[in-house]
Design a protein around this ligand. Sequence first.
Ligand SMILES: Nc1ncnc2c1ncn2[C@@H]1O[C@H](COP(=O)(O)OP(=O)(O)O)[C@@H](O)[C@H]1O
Ligand SMILES: [Mg+2]
Length: 331
Amino acid sequence: MPKSRLVVDSPNILFTCIGRRVSLLNSFRRAAKQLKINISLLGTDTTELSSALQLCDKGYLVKPITHTHYIRQLLTIVKTKKVKLVIPTVDLDLKLLAQNKPKFTAIGCWVLVSTPEAVDICQNKFKTFHFLRKKGFDTPVTMSVATALSKKKLTWPCFLKPRDGYASRGNAVVYNRKELLFFSKRIPNAICQEFIQGIEYTCDVYVDFSMKVRCVVPRKRIEVRAGEVSKGQIVKHPHIMTEAARLVETLGAGPGVITLQLFVTDDDKVKFIEINPRFGGGVPLSIKAGANFPKWILQELLGKKRNIRFDGFKDNLIMLRYDDEVWLKNS
Ligand SMILES: Nc1ncnc2c1ncn2[C@@H]1O[C@H](COP(=O)(O)OP(=O)(O)O)[C@@H](O)[C@H]1O
Ligand SMILES: [Mg+2]
């Protein structure tokens, strides 16, 4: 698509499945203010009972992603509101957006989503394992439940999780064959993974619009609530940063923020467990530390390129999250 069509003065942005992503929304507002530009922040959800939808400049109720009209509805919003960028916020519609990206680019709109092939690898944890292994990244040994059960010797405990899971749902630590058999019947599409002990990190990796990795921010997961970090700390860990950049480059993921999850073991190995090719829930920490992804994204939409790698973010910064309220006027 011709570059000139992407350069705009006041880009309208559409967040899909916006749910609770108030902090992300606000970070784009702040970035626009810093750049002294006017932007409209639009959002979609399937229900009005969505905190972030209420706080958008305009919220749209759309069909669930499984509905055949979902993409058509998004395209209509993009066309009528002259949206220049679509930002997915959860895993749900990544595959659909990736597959339909050409329809958006054809009407002059970027989508912050990876290729369908990359999304496919990320959304199936068994495929993620094979990809990581093949490309020489460290990751827990992973096998199907049937393979695990057929093994004479297994190291216990093992970690069971659905291969297409999210938000830590349906995970179980199993300590013997009996438990493995029991939980594998309850967890749909379960895979059996080596149980890793160590310090858990998330990494926000920024890939610019020319698909170059420009920034990697590791943050330690101090405490997690319902699968999302509630207490986190920036840790400039050089080995994580090198491996994370290499992983995202090898996968060819992006543009936008790619969220990686990994453990650093006691013997200092970096073991990747998950790749989420979208903004992660804990990204406000990286943004506050100075990795101003929303500003960089807006600058790219304005046609300003930044060709440098950035690692000037603030080390050790701690984020403690809390709940907030949104009140509906007409309720
Ligand atoms: N192999 C493992 N060993 C130990 N803990 C694990 C392992 N895999 C996942 N976990 C824990 O379970 C959480 C959720 O697993 P993850 O693979 O990130 O799936 P999802 O976030 O999609 O549910 C991780 O944040 C981590 O704390
Ligand atoms: Mg995860």
